[in-house]
Ligand binder design. Structure first.
Ligand SMILES: Nc1nc2c(c(=O)[nH]1)N[C@H]1C(S)=C(S)[C@@H](COP(=O)(O)O)O[C@H]1N2
Ligand SMILES: [Mo]
Length: 211
């Protein structure tokens, strides 16, 4: 016969194992192939951290016809912002779940931009660049993020502002972003010219050219 202590033990065990399996199943499903989870926030920069004063900072969209649309820091941060929680996946195999950002959706920035372009080349202060199809920046998939975890974005993580495109490998999320060049044709960015995959879908493990 079960006494109260046995019943309690059974209840505790089932909560413990349910919680454990639940968490594991959840994070396993959210971990793309070949990735491991980290709670740290590693810094990956191909060069020194550029320092841009907010007075000089600007964000520019140039269309395929050469039309420019510019936002100062004040103008950018005056646009309606969104809070975004997303999992991020670095091609060096770390993934981090539930990262919390705030920034302006690319949909908002491109709302009044007339373009027939299919591709975008992202440019950063410091010279970094990365390319992606324009549709991967639209429909709530990408932001210019200027807050991380409720605080201004740290310079080493791309502050004052970085691109956030969490559905692609994190090298597409250009730090110190300064603009978007809209183009009819695809043109490889910094890592893409060095042999990384043109598109970089972590769920299809598109790490390098030919993957
Ligand atoms: N401007 C710029 N953006 C960049 C990089 C860089 O070297 N320069 N590295 C990319 C890579 S490979 C990754 S994994 C992420 C790293 O962002 P973090 O340093 O905030 O973790 O930024 C991406 N954006
Ligand atoms: Mo990366």
């Amino acid at each position: 016969m079960e006494g109260p202590a046995d019943v309690l033990e059974v209840v505790v065990m089932s909560i413990v194992s349910r919680g454990f399996r639940g968490r594991r199943r959840d994070s396993n499903q959210r971990l793309p192939p070949g990735q491991y989870l980290t709670d740290d926030f590693p810094v990956l920069s191909a060069g020194p951290t550029p320092r841009i004063s907010l007075d000089d900072w600007e964000f520019t969209v140039v269309t395929e016809l050469g039309q420019s649309h510019r936002w100062s820091w004040k103008e950018l941060t005056g646009l309606s912002a969104e809070s975004v929680t997303a999992d991020i996946h670095c091609v060096t195999r770390w993934s981090k779940l539930d990262t919390a950002w705030r920034g302006v959706s690319i949909d908002t920035l491109l709302a009044d931009v007339e373009t027939a372009a299919d591709f975008a080349l992202i440019h950063s202060y410091g010279g970094y660049s990365t390319n992606l199809p324009l549709e991967d920046l639209l429909d709530g998939k990408a932001w210019v993020a200027y807050e991380y975890n409720g605080q201004e974005l740290a310079p080493e993580h791309g502050g004052p502002a970085r691109l956030l495109v969490p559905h692609l490998y994190f090298w597409k999320s250009a730090k110190w972003v300064r603009g978007i060049e809209l183009m009819p044709q695809d043109f490889p960015g910094f890592w893409e010219q060095l042999g990384y995959h043109d598109y970089g879908d972590p769920w299809r493990e598109q790490r390098y050219q030919g993957d």
